[in-house]
Design a protein around this ligand. Structure first.
Ligand SMILES: [Zn+2]
Length: 167
């Protein structure tokens, strides 16, 4: 197995170093300050589209309480992590062979919804799976969508994202 990256290095400086002081509410004229992405409240509808509260659905996986039981649930929880601004979750559910060293989520991107279009494998008795999905977003006043056919494998018992198929 060829290993091109050494992902062992923890991104320890991520949080503290550069974040500007949080823009408190009610400060007119400060709109240019970088907004932080706020995770959904535990009781809010889960962004992933399942009929469940965030705290009981993808929020559990983001907190590290258990792992997604299927490739589809992992994919949904990764979408929710984009919504919640949880780059650490995205990295730790990314296969070490394809994972980027760091990931910055753009707080200006608003994720609008996820549609799972097709799945194969990815269940309790599988070691691989694929999920085809569409994720809609708004950015700079325009709407767009990410269409992706993603592959997942089970690694040490937990599903991880590998890559996007080119179809
Ligand atoms: Zn969810």
């Amino acid at each position: 197995m060829s290993r091109r990256h050494t992902p062992a290095k923890p991104a320890k400086t991520a949080k503290s170093a550069k974040s500007a002081k949080p823009a408190r509410s009610g400060k007119p004229g400060n709109a240019a300050a970088a907004p932080r992405i706020q995770p959904p409240a535990d009781g809010a509808a889960c962004p992933c589209g399942l009929d469940a509260a965030y705290g009981d659905c993808c929020g559990r996986f983001h907190r590290g309480e258990g792992t997604a039981p299927s490739a589809e649930r992992l994919m949904r929880s990764r979408y929710s992590a984009f919504v919640a601004g949880d780059a650490a979750y995205l990295l730790r559910t990314w296969h070490p062979d394809t994972r980027p060293e760091r990931l910055e989520l753009d707080p200006k991107t608003r994720w609008l919804g996820l549609e799972v279009l097709e799945t194969s494998g990815g269940g309790a008795f599988h070691s691989e799976g694929t999920v085809r999905f569409r994720a809609r977003f708004r950015e700079a006043g325009r709407e767009g969508a990410v269409d992706e056919h993603s592959t997942f494998v089970r690694l040490d018992g937990a599903w991880v994202y590998v890559t996007a198929l080119g179809d």
